[in-house]
Design a protein around this ligand. Structure first.
Ligand SMILES: Nc1nc2c(ncn2[C@@H]2O[C@H](COP(=O)(O)OP(=O)(O)O)[C@@H](O)[C@H]2O)c(=O)[nH]1
Ligand SMILES: [Mg+2]
Length: 234
């Protein structure tokens, strides 16, 4: 099994400096690469990534996109640029713990197509979400697609997770790059058969700021509407 860890970054210089060695350490022994897709961050994230990757240059690929923004489109670009048969999607800001990646990969080895680090199953926790408002947004935002797409996603609780492992062969071409939530798109549009959640305790962002804005909330509502249209009306 070859593993590609895909990290989309925007202004994560301090975080990327720490996470690259940690991922490398935790995936020691795996056939793996790290693919970073940076949208030309003004804080020099890509340069920092390049510097900390020098000792492991052959296994870190840095893609810099100019004049483009957007998390999912960056992640899709990373997937296209990667070569693993298993992809791990995670954030670079410290909220997703590299120590958890081998746990996700163990489940892939057991035969699952998608393994989700889940905040909303027993022993999982959304602890690192900044504030009660974020918490309700996240819970509410999960509930809507759970109800709408119940026949497709069944009992999966954390449809909004940004931390998961997926086999490349289940990623289909029906994913829209403008949507904010890649996992939801994969689950609803690509319909992987074997999906499992593993409890995960969400961490606090280490440095820098969240990019969650009201524009992203609007984009999320648009994603749900678009999924409804593509699922039930096309
Ligand atoms: N390349 C790229 N990465 C992004 C963009 N927006 C967010 N990210 C990255 O996506 C990850 C999650 O973003 P974050 O702001 O922490 O979202 P939150 O956890 O929902 O608050 C981080 O690694 C960000 O640097 C973007 O427009 N382009
Ligand atoms: Mg974050």
């Amino acid at each position: 099994m070859r593993v590609s860890v895909v990290l989309a970054t925007y202004n994560e210089a301090e975080n990327i400096r720490r996470i690259i060695p940690k991922i490398a350490e935790n995936l020691d022994g795996y056939d793996r690469e790290i693919v970073i897709v940076d949208d030309d961050s003004p804080d020099g994230t890509a340069e920092v990534a390049r510097r900390v990757s020098i000792p492991r240059r052959d296994r870190v690929k840095i893609v810099i996109r100019k004049g483009k923004r957007g998390l999912t489109s960056a992640q899709l670009e990373g997937i296209r640029e990667s070569s693993g048969d298993v992809i791990v999607i995670m954030d670079a800001d410290g909220q997703h713990d590299p120590e958890f990646v081998p746990i996700l990969l163990d489940k892939i080895s057991e035969g699952y197509d998608v393994v989700i680090a889940s905040r909303y199953v027993p022993r999982g926790s959304p602890g690192g979400l900044s504030g009660i408002y974020r918490y309700f947004y996240s819970v509410g935002a999960c509930l809507i697609p759970r109800v709408l797409f119940y026949p497709i996603v069944g009992n999966i609780r954390d449809l909004m997770s940004g931390f998961f492992a997926v086999r490349r062969d289940v990623i289909c071409d029906k994913i829209e790059p403008w949507v904010p939530k890649l996992l939801l798109e994969i689950l609803v549009m690509c319909r992987p058969k074997r999906v499992i959640e593993v409890p995960y305790k969400f961490k606090k962002r280490r440095y820098g700021e969240s990019k969650l804005t009201s524009a992203l909330i609007v984009a999320y509502i648009k994603q749900i509407l678009s999924l409804v249209k593509r699922t039930f009306f096309l």
